[in-house]
Design a protein around this ligand. Structure first.
Ligand code: HEC
Length: 113
């Protein structure tokens, strides 16, 4: 019974620590979730975009080469004027925008080459 109580308190400590960590950092799976809920309707779940609404193909290595991290972050924060790409800076934190830049980078079909 004592062992069980000790085990239970360890589990409770572990779960609360996990909670603290997930509040302080935007993880890769958070970024995937953000992309799915806020971006995929226009950019596609796979990030390949939709030609009909002129969204770029994030998986294209040429697209990736032509766009710096700073440009991608600025486009997410400020939107792209004159297009349907919205500004996210009032809805997402800087950390979330940074995590989305990394997520978009991870979609590059030429990564690791
Ligand atoms: C309502 C539709 C819509 C939503 C929602 C949307 N986008 Fe876009 N996005 C666009 C369009 C359209 C473009 C192409 C703009 C252009 O013609 O340059 C674009 C372009 C971009 C670009 C490229 C900008 C550049 O400089 O070429 C990035 C990066 C991007 N979006 C990221 C995101 C992210 C991340 C989200 C979610 C947080 C998101 N978008 C949500 C429509 C959308």
């Amino acid at each position: 019974m004592r062992a069980f109580t000790r085990m239970l308190s360890l589990v409770i400590i572990a779960v609360s620590l996990l909670g603290v960590v997930s509040y302080s950092a935007v993880t890769k799976s958070d970024a995937a979730g953000l992309f799915k809920s806020k971006c995929s309707m226009c950019h596609g779940l796979d990030g390949k975009g939709y030609p009909a609404i002129h969204t770029p193909n994030f998986t294209s290595s040429q697209w990736q080469q032509r766009h710096s991290d700073a440009r991608i972050a600025a486009a997410i924060a400020n939107g792209v004027q004159g297009t349907s790409m919205p500004a996210w800076k009032t809805k997402l934190s800087t950390a979330q925008i940074h995590a989305l830049v990394l997520y978009i980078r991870s979609l590059n079909s030429a990564k690791g080459q």
